[in-house]
Design a protein. Structure first.
Length: 132
């Protein structure tokens, strides 16, 4: 059981139909619970064919924090140049820079000899996690 604001209790153990605005049929939202907070709301919405706002509303109702695209690369910020991280992970350099500044980290040196090695090790670890 999970508690929601207002004292309501959600029973997440039993399949429960949930109707979303963009979906013509009710669906078992337990089938997407494992994706909430781990993928963006938009990606989850595209997967089941509804609008992002519906997934955001459901995620918020269940008190699941939003997906943070930087969690996978946060330990590399400040060690690897911002532009290199941005290219590798498909985000803008400016967003990596803003995140680095928010964390209070200085920029990485372009001549930092271990930056490529760190990236290779990290990508290998992610690939191992995803494909094992």
């Amino acid at each position: 059981m999970s508690s929601v604001s207002g004292g309501q209790a959600l029973d997440l153990s039993a399949p429960r139909p949930y109707r979303l605005a963009g979906v013509a049929r009710a669906f078992d939202y337990n089938s997407i619970l494992h994706l909430l907070g781990k993928e963006s709301d938009g990606a989850v919405a595209r997967r089941i064919g509804c609008v992002r706002k519906d997934i955001q509303r459901l995620r918020t109702r269940l008190r699941i924090p939003p997906h943070n695209k930087f969690t996978r690369l946060e330990h590399l910020i400040g060690k690897v140049p911002d532009a290199r991280l941005a290219r590798r992970f498909g985000v803008s350099r400016n967003s990596v820079t803003r995140r680095r500044v928010a964390l209070g980290l200085p920029p990485a040196s372009l001549r930092q000899s271990n930056a490529d090695q760190l990236l290779r090790e990290y990508v290998a670890a992610i690939n191992k996690e995803l494909f094992s």
